[in-house]
Write a protein that binds this ligand. Structure first.
Ligand SMILES: *[C@@H]1O[C@H](CO)[C@@H](O)[C@H](O)[C@H]1NC(C)=O
Ligand SMILES: *[C@@H]1O[C@H](CO)[C@@H](O)[C@H](O)[C@H]1NC(C)=O
Ligand SMILES: *[C@@H]1O[C@H](CO)[C@@H](O)[C@H](O)[C@H]1NC(C)=O
Ligand SMILES: *[C@@H]1O[C@H](CO)[C@@H](O)[C@H](O)[C@H]1NC(C)=O
Ligand SMILES: *[C@@H]1O[C@H](CO)[C@@H](O)[C@H](O)[C@H]1NC(C)=O
Length: 773
C-alpha cells in the first residue's frame, strides 16, 4: 500500500495549487509536528528535534510511541524561526523553501517527469516518480538514495556504478541536532568490499569483508530470526542490504552521534527500543590497533601481540603500549623455494583495501597463485559457505587483524622457509592455542596407537634414514613408522620438510604418507608399508638380484622416471628430491617402485628452476658436478641422480664403490668407455641374462648416459626421459659424463661440518657438506 502525498492534512496550515508547482505543505513557526503525508508505517512532516527550535522535514515511524526519525531532508539547512513550504515542481523536483522563497533544500534528478508524483512508501522511502510511467519502481528520486544516519530494511548501502551514487550513513551531531557529524560508515569498494567507519578522513573501524554469512570482523552477527542480510555485487551496483524475516519486527540500523553502529529492535511490550547489536564492541576493534602484522586479542593483556614469526618493529614503543608501529618479520622473505604459509584460525581477516580476489577459485588455486607471486603475503577463502570458495590475496603489510576466542576465519600467511619450520616444531607461544600445522590436511595418529601398532617400537627396522619400524594397525593394515630422534634438530627439520613436501603428493610411484604423529618430543611419520623394502637390497645383492629380471627392471626404471616427472612437473608444487638413490626407491608387493624419503627435497616456486645452497646435501655418487662444486641445484640434479640409478640398475654395481681392474673410472666412466668402444651391453649385470632384451637395454644405457651429462643443459628433462624410454625416437649422442673418474674425495674438513648437517643411512652415506671455503 502506498500513501500519496496529499494536499490536505489536519496540521497543514494552508494549501495552494499554482499552475506551475504543487505546494505540498507549508508550516508556520510551531513546535508541533506537521504531517505532510501519512502512510501505513511512516509519516513525512515538519518537526523539531528534541528541544531544538530548528525545523526540519523528516520521516518517522507512525505507530511508535517514541518519535523515531529515520530520515531528514534538510539536516544541514534547518528552518530557523521561519515558516516554510515543501513543493513538488512540475519537473518533479521536491523543494523546501523558507518564507523569503529561498530554496534551502531540494531533490534533484537527471530526468524530468510529465506527471510527477511524490509518494511516501510503506518502506519509509519517499519517492518521486512519473505518474505516466508504468514502472512503479522507476524513481526520478528517492530518499533511500540519500540516507541520513539510519538504514531501514530494504535500503542499500554501497555504490551504484551507473549513477555514481555512494550510499553511506552519516551520524547526527546529537539527538537534538540532526546535522551531519564527521563520522560516517560506508562500503569501501577498493579491493574486496568492506565497511569502513571514518571520523573525518581517518578510518576508525572496519567490519571486514562479507564472507557469505557475516562480516569477517563480526562473527557473532550470524543469521538470526529477525532479519537476513548480505552483500550484492553486480555490474550495476555493489551494496549491503538487510531485510526483515518477520515483518512484525521493527528494526533499524543507526550510526549514532557517539560513533557506534547500532541495530535497534522495537520492543512492543516495553514500548521502547532495545539495542540488539553494537559495533565497535571493544578496544580490539579500533582500526589497526596493533599495527602491521600485529594481532589483537581482547582476552590477552596487553591486547596486542605480533603474529608468530614477527617481532615488534620498535620494541621500546611497543613495551610502552604504543603498538602503532606494528611488527616485522624475524626472517625476511626472499621469495625462495621452501617458503610456505602458516595457517591461523579464528581471526578477523586483515584490511582488504589492497587485496585481490576471485570468487570462483578454490583454496588450492589460491595457494598456488599466492606462492607464485613474490609480493603476495597471505591468502584466505573468500566465501565460507558450503566448505568455502573464492580466493583473497593480500600484498604487502597485513593490517587490522584480531583474534577471536570462537568463530573467525582461517588465513594463510607467507613465511620464510626456516621460520616456518622453526615455528612448526616449537611449542606455541602466545598467538593462539589452536593447533597450527600449516596447510596440511593429514590424519594425525595418537602416540599410543603407534606404540601399540609397532609393539613398543620393537618390530624390526625396516630401512632408511632414522629408525623405521614395521607396524600393524588394528584393522590389519601394515604400516611403516619412521621415528625421528627427539633431540636431533636435523631430524626435526627433515621431518617438517618431508611432511610439507609429501603430504599432498599422490602418485603411484611415490610412497604414500598415511599420517603423522606429534607427541611431546616425538616426531613420527606413518607410511604405507612396502614389503619388498628398497631397490638396493635387490640389485646390489648377488643372491637377491636374480629375483629382478629385465622386464621388472625396465618397469622399475620407467616407474621411477614417471614418479620424478610428477614431482618436477605435474604436482601442485615443483619439487626437487635431491636425494634420489637406490636406497630411496621402495618396492611394493608387485615390485612397483615408489620414491621415498623427502627429507632433503626442495619446493620450488612456479617459474623458479634453479637455486643455490651453501649446505650441499645428498648422497655421494648421485650428486651432479654443479651441485657438489657450486651448490647449484635444479630439476636437472635429479635427472643426474636418475641417470646414475639407471646405470646401477643395469650393471648391478654401485657407482661410488665401483671397481674395475683395468682402470680407475667410476661406474659412469666405465659405462661411457664401453659405449665409446661400441660394446655397451657389456655393462649389463649377468644375473638377469636370461631375460635379455638388447633394444630396451641399449636404449636404457643411452638414456642413462644422457642423464649424467656434465652440463645440466645437456641432460634431458624427466618429461623427455619418459618419452625416450617409451618410444623409439632417435636419441642425441651423449657427450662425456660428469664425474667419470672422481671418487668423490671430499674437499672439506669433516671436523668443520655442522653438527646437524650429517646423517647416515644403512645403504650409502648421505652427507651434508659445509662449503669448503
Ligand atoms: C514567494 O513566491 C510566491 C509564489 O511563488 C509569491 O506569491 C510570493 O509573493 C513570494 N514571496 C516572497 C516573499 O517573495
Ligand atoms: C544532484 O545534486 C548534486 C549536488 O547538489 C550533484 O552533485 C548531482 O550531480 C546532482 N544529480 C543530478 C542527477 O542532477
Ligand atoms: C514475529 O514477531 C512477533 C513479535 O516479535 C512474534 O510474536 C511472532 O511470533 C513472530 N512470528 C514468527 C513467524 O516468528
Ligand atoms: C577467477 O578464477 C577462475 C578459475 O580459476 C578463472 O577462470 C577466472 O578467469 C578468474 N577471474 C578473474 C577475474 O581472474
Ligand atoms: C603480483 O601481484 C601484483 C598485485 O596483483 C601484480 O601487480 C603483479 O604483477 C603480480 N606479479 C606477478 C609476478 O604475477
Amino acid at each position: 500500500m502506498q500513501a500519496f502525498i496529499v494536499l490536505y492534512s489536519i496540521f497543514t496550515i494552508f494549501v495552494i495549487s499554482t499552475a506551475l508547482d504543487i505546494l505540498l505543505a507549508t508550516q508556520s513557526i510551531s513546535n508541533s509536528e506537521t504531517i505532510v503525508s501519512s502512510g501505513e508505517n511512516f509519516e513525512l512532516g515538519f518537526f523539531n528535534p528534541g528541544n531544538s527550535s530548528s525545523r526540519y522535514i523528516g520521516i518517522w515511524y507512525k505507530k511508535l510511541s517514541t518519535r523515531t526519525v529515520v530520515w531528514v531532508a534538510n539536516r544541514d539547512m534547518p528552518l530557523q524561526h521561519t515558516s516554510g513550504a515543501l513543493k513538488l515542481s512540475d519537473q518533479g523536483i521536491l523543494a523546501l523553501s523558507d518564507d523569503a522563497n529561498n530554496t534551502i533544500w531540494s531533490s534533484n534528478s537527471s530526468r524530468s517527469a510529465t506527471n510527477p508524483i511524490a509518494q511516501l512508501l510503506d518502506t519509509g522511502n519517499l519517492v518521486v516518480r512519473d505518474g505516466n510511467d508504468n514502472d512503479s519502481q522507476s524513481f526520478l528520486w528517492q530518499s533511500f538514495d540519500h540516507p541520513s544516519d539510519t538504514a531501514l530494511p530494504g535500503m542499500k548501502l554501497g555504490k551504484n556504478w551507473v549513477t555514481g551514487l555512494n550510499l553511506l550513513l552519516t551520524a547526527s551531531k546529537s539527538s537534538d541536532n540532526p546535522s551531519s557529524a564527521d563520522c560516517t560508515i560506508h562500503l569501501d569498494i577498493n579491493g574486496l568490499p568492506q565497511f569502513l567507519m571514518r571520523k573525518g578522513p581517518a578510518v576508525i573501524y572496519r567490519t571486514g569483508h562479507w564472507n557469505g554469512l557475516y562480516f569477517s570482523g563480526l562473527p557473532n552477527l550470524k543469521p538470526n530470526p529477525f532479519y537476513k542480510n548480505g552483500l550484492v555485487s553486480n555490474p550495476v551496483e555493489t551494496y549491503y542490504f538487510y531485510q526483515l524475516v518477520n515483518h512484525s519486527v521493527v528494526t533499524t540500523l543507526v550510526l549514532t552521534p557517539d560513533g557506534k553502529l547500532q541495530r535497534f529492535i522495537w520492543i512492543d511490550r516495553a514500548q521502547s527500543w532495545s539495542v540488539y547489536a553494537t559495533i565497535p564492541v571493544d578496544g580490539c576493534e579500533t582500526y589497526a590497533m596493533c599495527g602491521a602484522f600485529g594481532s589483537c586479542n581482547i582476552s590477552n593483556s596487553p591486547v596486542c601481540g605480533c603474529l608468530r614469526g614477527f617481532v615488534p618493529k620498535s620494541p621500546q614503543d611497543w613495551n610502552a603500549a604504543d603498538w602503532s608501529n606494528g611488527c616485522v618479520r624475524k626472517m625476511p622473505l626472499y621469495c625462495r623455494n621452501g617458503e610456505g604459509f602458516l595457517k591461523y584460525s579464528g581471526i578477523k581477516l586483515p584490511d582488504t583495501r589492497q587485496s585481490w580476489y576471485n570468487r570462483t577459485m578454490d583454496l588450492e588455486e589460491c595457494n598456488n597463485m599466492c606462492l607464485k607471486n613474490c609480493s603476495c603475503t597471505a591468502y584466505a577463502t573468500l566465501d565460507i559457505r558450503g566448505g568455502g570458495s573464492g580466493c583473497i590475496l593480500w600484498f604487502g603489510e597485513l593490517i587490522d587483524i584480531r583474534e577471536f576466542n570462537e568463530n573467525g576465519q582461517d588465513i594463510y600467511i607467507r613465511m620464510a622457509a626456516s621460520e616456518l619450520r622453526k615455528i612448526l616444531y616449537t611449542p606455541k607461544q602466545s598467538f593462539t592455542n589452536r593447533r597450527e600445522n600449516g596447510d596440511l590436511e593429514l590424519p594425525s595418529f595418537d602416540f599410543a596407537t603407534i606404540n601399540y601398532a609397532t609393539d613398543n617400537f620393537s618390530i624390526n627396522n625396516v630401512r632408511g634414514f632414522g629408525p623405521v619400524y614395521k607396524g600393524i594397525l588394528e584393522g590389519g593394515q601394515q604400516i611403516a613408522v619412521k621415528r625421528l630422534s627427539a633431540y636431533s634438530t636435523q631430524g626435526i627439520d627433515e621431518f617438517m620438510n618431508e611432511l610439507f613436501c609429501i603430504a599432498k603428493l599422490q602418485h603411484r610411484n611415490l610412497v604414500k604418507l598415511l599420517g603423522c604423529c606429534i607427541h611431546d618430543e616425538e616426531r613420527i611419520l606413518i607410511y604405507e608399508y612396502m614389503p619388498n623394502k628398497s631397490l638396493d637390497t635387490f640389485i646390489f645383492d648377488p643372491e637377491r638380484s636374480i629375483l629382478v629380471d629385465w622386464p621388472k627392471r625396465f618397469l622399475i626404471i620407467n616407474g621411477i622416471a614417471r614418479g620424478l616427472q610428477y614431482l618436477h612437473y605435474d604436482s601442485r608444487l615443483r619439487i626437487i628430491h635431491r636425494d634420489l638413490k637406490a636406497g630411496n626407491v621402495l618396492l611394493d608387493k608387485e615390485m612397483n617402485p615408489k620414491i621415498s624419503d623427502f627429507g632433503m627435497a626442495k619446493i620450488f616456486g612456479g617459474d623458479e628452476t634453479e637455486a643455490q645452497t651453501s649446505r650441499v646435501a645428498g648422497t655421494y655418487g648421485y650428486m651432479p658436478p654443479e651441485y657438489v662444486i657450486d651448490g647449484l641445484f635444479s630439476i636437472k640434479s635429479d635427472v643426474f641422480s636418475f641417470g646414475v640409478l639407471v646405470l646401477e640398475i643395469l650393471s648391478g654395481k654401485r657407482n661410488r664403490r665401483f671397481y674395475h681392474p683395468d682402470h680407475m673410472l667410476n661406474l659412469l666412466g666405465h659405462a661411457w668407455r664401453l659405449y665409446k668402444e661400441d660394446r655397451p651391453l657389456e655393462l649389463i649385470d649377468g644375473s638377469f641374462r636370461e631375460s635379455f632384451n638388447p633394444t630396451e637395454m641399449l636404449r636404457s644405457i643411452h638414456v642413462g648416459l644422457l642423464c649424467v651429462q656434465k652440463s645440466p643443459e645437456h641432460r634431458p628433462t624427466m618429461c623427455t626421459v619418459v618419452l625416450m624410454l617409451s618410444s623409439d625416437t632417435v636419441l642425441p649422442q651423449p657427450k662425456e659424463p660428469g664425474f667419470l673418474n672422481e671418487r668423490y674425495v671430499p674437499r672439506v674438513d669433516f671436523s668443520q661440518r655442522k653438527q646437524d648437517g650429517c646423517s647416515t643411512s644403512n645403504n650409502g652415506l648421505t652427507i651434508t657438506l659445509q662449503e669448503g671455503r
